[in-house]
Design a protein around this ligand. Structure first.
Ligand code: PEP
Ligand code: MN
Length: 349
């Protein structure tokens, strides 16, 4: 249920509604948009509550929400949410790119990649230190050493970093280094992690689980918002289908659909979505053409020698080519590419 306040309501009236909800043992969530102030009512609402709230001073209307998710939905908040990372916005009409290796492997690897992706126009450096791997015998990341290497690359380039948090026990240390906490596809419904991951106050990138519906994905994001952090970025990274020719099937439909259902920014991950480096560029372009606010792309100095996801990683050269074409598409669809130096769009391929 959502309480929509009169456009000229006073702080006292808003506090009056919040107080009444507290008395009735409901949790609430206040959103003051540019156009309207709304209060989301969380919990098991009953039909009579609508009348009980409608009579309170300053209330314009009380709307029953038809969707199971509330805080992430457009019914609750009409305007796009901007996620702020290192002073730059994600969402809100520009296209941004996060790029870097699947895993941090060495100081030299992350440092050279950081400079390369920055040169190509990325505004956030990615790199996994705690890696979810299908086989326990595969390379599982450098852990805290990897976080420290990311930090060095951040200090050298000025790029904020995104890295995965796999286990709630590592949250403090990962949040100390990460500018964006990534929740991976395999953890999308790790509800105890979702309950905690927003608490350090850092933006969270929530990947869609490989076998999850859009509604399940939005409900997973709802966990984070319900803990008071609305700085959440949704990431489509491909789903499992019957098709074995690609690693996953990138669900391009999900991008415009989720943009319609939710106010949160949405980015595409064409690297995991395809599993093949030569499919990354076309699917990256399609993502942005379809409305994505940004991209998450794997780049490696020597993909053939990568310790994880080499087959889907771009060389520096291919990343630069992609960025040139992306800038044209981004411009064409009216959401120009945001780059680190001066927020201008580089031109041409
Ligand atoms: C990754 O970003 O390297 C990763 C493991 O992604 P996903 O959770 O989408 O598989
Ligand atoms: Mn990867």
């Amino acid at each position: 249920m959502i309480v929509v306040m009169n456009s000229n309501c006073t702080d006292k009236e808003v506090e009056g509604v919040l107080e009444r909800l507290r008395e009735l043992n409901f949790r609430s969530h206040l959103s003051r948009g540019t156009e309207r102030t709304v209060i989301g009512v969380l919990g098991e609402v009953y039909p009579e509550l609508q009348d009980e709230l409608e009579v309170l001073s300053g209330v314009a209307e009380v709307v029953r929400v038809s969707k199971p998710y509330k805080l992430v939905g457009r019914e609750f908040k009409k305007e796009d949410t901007l996620v702020r990372v290192g002073g730059l916005p994600i969402g809100g009409g520009q296209t941004m790119v996060m790029a870097g290796p699947c895993s941090v492997e060495s100081e030299e690897q992350i440092m050279s990649t950081a400079f390369a992706v920055k040169g190509g126009g990325a505004t956030v450096l990615r790199g996994g230190a705690f890696k979810p791997r299908t086989s326990p015998h595969a390379f599982r990341g450098l852990g805290i050493d990897g976080l420290k290497m990311l930090d060095q690359a951040k200090a050298a380039t000025g790029l904020p970093v995104i890295t995965e948090i796999m286990d709630v026990r590592d949250l403090d240390i990962v949040a100390q280094y990460a500018d964006i906490l990534q929740v991976g596809a395999r953890n999308m419904q790790n509800f105890s992690l979702l309950d905690e991951v927003g608490k350090p106050g850092k933006p969270v990138l929530l990947k869609r689980g490989m076998s999850n519906t859009i509604q399940e994905w939005l409900l997973a994001a709802e966990y984070i918002l319900a803990q008071g952090n609305n700085q959440v970025i949704l990431c489509e990274r491909g789903v499992r289908t019957f098709e074995p020719a690609t690693r996953f099937t990138f669900d391009v439909n999900a991008i415009p659909l989720v943009k319609r259902l939710s106010h949160l920014p949405v980015v595409g991950d064409p690297s995991h979505g395809t599993g093949k480096w030569y499919l990354v560029e076309p699917v990256a372009l399609a993502s942005v053409a379809a409305g994505a606010d940004g991209l998450l792309i794997e780049v490696h100095p020597s993909p053939d020698h990568a310790l994880s996801d080499g087959a889907q990683s771009l060389t520096f050269e291919n990343f630069n080519k992609l960025m040139g074409r992306l800038s044209l598409i981004a411009e064409a669809v009216g959401r120009p590419l945001l780059t680190a130096d001066n927020q201008r769009s580089p031109v041409g391929a």
